[in-house]
Write a protein that binds this ligand. Sequence first.
Ligand code: NAD
Length: 266
Amino acid sequence: MRLPNRVALVTGASSGIGAAVAQALAADGATVVVNYPGGSPDAANVVVKTITDAGGRAIALAADVSKEDQVQAMFAETIRQFGTLHILVANAGIQQDSPFADMTLAQWQRVIDVNLTGQFLCAREAVREFLRRGPQPAMGRATGVIVHMSSVHEVIPWGGHVNYATSKGGIMQLMKSLAQELAPQKIRVNSIGPGAIKTPINTSAWSTPEAEQKLLTLIPYNRVGEPADIGGLAAWLCSDEADYITGQTIFMDGGMTLYPGFATGG
Ligand code: NAD
């Protein structure tokens, strides 16, 4: 167990990558807050039950990460129940795709609000708590750890998804600037940049053999990733084994960022 007794909050944890991250952190000993955006708690409760059935500790808390009051209430409730917070995985994200000329301001704004402003709001509340609590050596070498869920699209441009790619490019500078500012306080801030991972956000890209075959032309390692791939990386990145890593994006993409089109020429 690499995260015994740590308190972790994972946003957007009722499905996909967030659910796998929550399970991986819990398997390493962390108590996990499974955030979901409101509405039915059923999916979040399934994730909580999976964790508790395996002997772990978790609760579900609702908050739309783009809403300041809801984010603050969620962090306050976490601290009320568990005393403090050691780990934030800011994972919640959405796509609202459109050719650029047809993209509405609402589509642009919602994706920026959830994917970028949501990460700012959650990171700010986490940092406030880390600074309030101060070092707690029994809970790891870092005073606090933040992992932002970015994407290969923080570096790979993505036509038809300009709002999404812009949000992920923004996360890169959010993460690096935070890491630079907060390293002296022993707060580590990094990103994970997933490539194609089988989750509800991109079902159409892998759910038929034809679609998966087309997707694989972008992945030199020749398999589509699974949420558990990212879960394992997140747990390691939050642990003392990664204590000297801050300000980095770790791409986990089967080689998608290796410009596979150049493999046989260029
Ligand atoms: P997903 O749709 O399963 O997960 C997104 C989660 O965010 C859902 O649980 C959803 O309920 C939650 N969410 C949406 N809006 C929210 C809000 N306002 N407040 C709180 N929660 C909200 O898809 P996923 O693939 O697991 O996506 C998770 C993260 O991984 C996203 O940031 C996404 O951009 C990123 N990502 C995914 C892939 C991939 O291939 N699946 C690749 C790169 C990056």
